[in-house]
Design a protein. Structure first.
Length: 465
């Protein structure tokens, strides 16, 4: 009898696992098709001039104006790769994400005529990688349904989806950030032997190095994440009264990477060269204290470099608290409540209906719609945190989101920049929100069953694929 029950359970497990794998395959196929279709549509819009104020003929958007600068560099790198070879291409002074974009562009003759379809192979890889990492993070921290729900929301998030068709560093940054968070989540949820701990640690090291190269100003946030990881892993060891060698090795590798990586900054320099005008040089700013970095970076958002190379006041139409300046650490501390409000709630309703300088009224309305969705997701995330309050991984995600939101609220005084820089943390928020939605649906399902079929147990839904 026991053998029959065991076989039945195993059969049910295999059936559910196979069904879920098929669902995931269909989801990723649909997501790939959606991304390809959107990129082709964006290019068509640019070519036809339907929204000439928002899209160039190559499909590059004015809302993502960085790409207009990077386009020239991609074309240049295509020529370098063709004429001078791989070594010259690999050492050419430019930014890493531009170098990577030049590979599909060169393969598709981007040097002759550039457009967003020429970089779509890499953008599609980024997009699908982000969705896979979101799914795995939700699955590991919560369950299959939360992971899949979060991946669907991220896949259909309008502004993020549109930005992943462009020539930007954001998709690479988000991918690296999610790899780091997933590696930490795995070690907060499961016990590993030393070899597996080293492998996960190496993935985290690769993510840290990528983030250092792609977005150097995030280094302070990485230290916050590292400290939180150490504290929560200690709590886990104490609660379980056990010590996993692989998890301990992971955190040692993580700390070592944070200490050693800055020593290779000179090596990273050729992967960080920005060939346009700059108000501040991240490598120089990094040598200052955290308070000084916050003050200078915030001040820089109110300035711009004009055509003659002079620094002049910015004419941005979406600045928040532009008149706020920090002269001391006390000024920063006093601004934290306001920074929290900005980080979690901006753009505020008064910005939803006015026309933006770069994105127009349509872009502002889209931002307002997405912000309303975020408010709902924040509520679901709080519900999830309450339901999963005994899980240290839930608190870890919450504190990382909070640290990111507050840090951006302190530093970023421009709404357009804040919107893009917040994506990595908003994706974590969506994972929490998806878990909250799943918990609500479970509770409603149990209530319906209890009302109409008392005594009938709800089928288990926690079998992991």
């Amino acid at each position: 009898m026991q053998k029959l029950i065991s076989e039945t359970k195993n059969g049910r497990w295999l059936k559910l696992s196979s069904s879920r794998r098929a669902t995931l395959r269909r989801f990723f196929f649909a997501a790939a098709l959606l991304h390809l279709s959107l990129t082709a549509t964006v290019l068509m819009i640019g070519r036809t001039g339907v929204f000439s104020g928002q899209f160039e003929q190559e499909g590059l958007g004015i809302f993502a104006s960085d790409g207009l600068t990077y386009q020239t560099e991609v074309n240049e790198l295509c020529g370098v790769l063709r004429k001078e070879g791989v070594i010259a291409w690999a050492t050419w002074p430019t930014q890493l994400h531009v170098r990577l974009y030049s590979l599909p562009a060169a393969a598709l003759n981007g040097e002759a005529s550039f457009n967003v379809l020429k970089i779509e192979p890499l953008n599609l890889i980024y997009y699908l990688a982000i969705l896979f990492l979101v799914f795995k993070l939700g699955d590991v921290v919560f369950n299959y349904r939360a992971g899949l729900g979060a991946a669907v929301i991220v896949a259909l998030w309008p502004s993020l989806l549109l930005h992943t068709t462009q020539l930007l560093r954001d998709p690479l940054l988000i991918t690296a950030f999610l790899i780091l968070i997933l590696s930490i989540a795995l070690c907060l949820k499961r016990d590993y032997r030393w070899f597996k701990g080293i492998l996960i640690g190496l993935a985290a090291v690769a993510a840290i190095v990528l983030i250092r190269i792609v977005r150097l100003p995030m280094w302070s946030i990485l230290w916050v994440i590292t400290i939180l990881t150490v504290l929560f892993l200690i709590v886990r060891f104490v609660r379980q009264r056990s010590f996993a060698a692989g998890n301990a090795l992971f955190v040692i590798i993580l700390i070592a990477a944070m200490i050693i990586t800055p020593r290779f900054q000179k090596t990273f320099h050729d992967q960080q060269v920005f060939n346009g005008p700059r108000l501040i040089v991240p490598e120089d700013i990094q040598k200052l204290t955290v308070n000084e970095q916050i003050a200078i970076r915030r001040q820089a958002f109110g300035l711009r470099v004009d055509e003659s190379g002079k620094t002049v006041p910015s004419e941005g139409g979406s600045d928040i608290d532009q008149d706020v300046h920090f002269d001391s650490g006390a000024d920063i501390i006093r601004y934290v409540p306001r920074a929290t409000e900005i980080g979690f709630l901006a753009p505020f309703p008064n910005m939803w209906i006015s026309a933006g300088k770069a994105v127009g009224s349509g872009g502002r309305l889209l931002a307002g719609f997405e912000t309303l969705l975020i408010y709902g997701i924040e509520g679901l995330a709080l519900f999830s945190l309450w339901r999963e309050r005994r899980q240290i991984s839930s608190w870890f995600l919450t504190l990382v989101i909070t640290a990111g939101a507050v840090a951006l609220g302190l530093v970023v005084a421009n709404m357009g920049a804040l919107y893009r820089l917040r994506y990595p943390f908003w994706i974590l928020l969506i994972v929490l929100g998806a878990s909250g939605a799943d918990s609500l649906m479970r509770a409603r399902s149990k209530a319906v069953i209890a009302k109409h079929a008392p005594g009938l147990e709800e089928p288990s839904g926690n079998i992991q694929s």
